[in-house]
Design a protein. Structure first.
Length: 171
């Protein structure tokens, strides 16, 4: 992750997304956001220096329309907190796989309610069986996530800046 990504919070301090630091400066200059936290680094123009913003907050609450989050690999990992749903091991994206609770070979659909994050070791162990047949217990049943859970989970990665931690606590 770019060390100078900026966490964008809604007016209610809920995480919305992360933006590049250049976009954050644009929002600051347009007076749409307030700086909540800054990195120790500075960016200078010929006439002025600014601290690089780590966390910014919208001055007004932004109401987002509800729509189901897109089903994709990164969003499944975010929903599950980058944690294997069988052994609870936390991994990096490149070390994780997707597991179909009801295997695809048996008609299991590729959807939120049937796919979980899994480490390669557990995925090999489970193979083409259901968790019950493989005598493996799921940490939690897969379900459609709320967008805020995805926003937080997508940013809660092992290389997340420490300045973001207080704003990304998942309840």
């Amino acid at each position: 992750m770019d060390p100078f990504r900026t966490l964008l919070l809604n007016g209610s301090y809920e995480p919305l997304t992360s933006v590049c630091w250049e976009r954050a400066f644009g929002l600051i200059l347009l007076e749409k956001v307030d700086v909540v936290e800054a990195y120790g680094e500075t960016v200078c123009s010929p006439s002025r220096c600014w601290s690089v913003p780590a966390v910014i907050r919208m001055r007004r609450y932004v109401r987002l329309p509800w729509r189901p989050p897109p089903f994709n690999r990164q969003n499944v990992f975010a929903r599950d907190g980058f944690r294997c749903q069988y052994c609870q091991e936390v991994g990096r994206t490149k070390d994780l796989t997707l597991d179909h609770v009801l295997p695809r070979s048996r008609g299991g659909p590729r959807c939120w309610e049937n796919v979980v994050t899994c480490c390669a070791r557990c995925n090999r162990r489970k193979g083409d069986r259901t968790p019950q047949e493989a005598r493996m217990k799921l940490l939690k049943a897969p379900k459609l996530p709320h967008w805020a859970q995805l926003a937080q989970g997508d940013m809660l990665t092992p290389d997340m800046p420490e300045e973001w931690e207080p704003y990304l606590r998942v309840a």
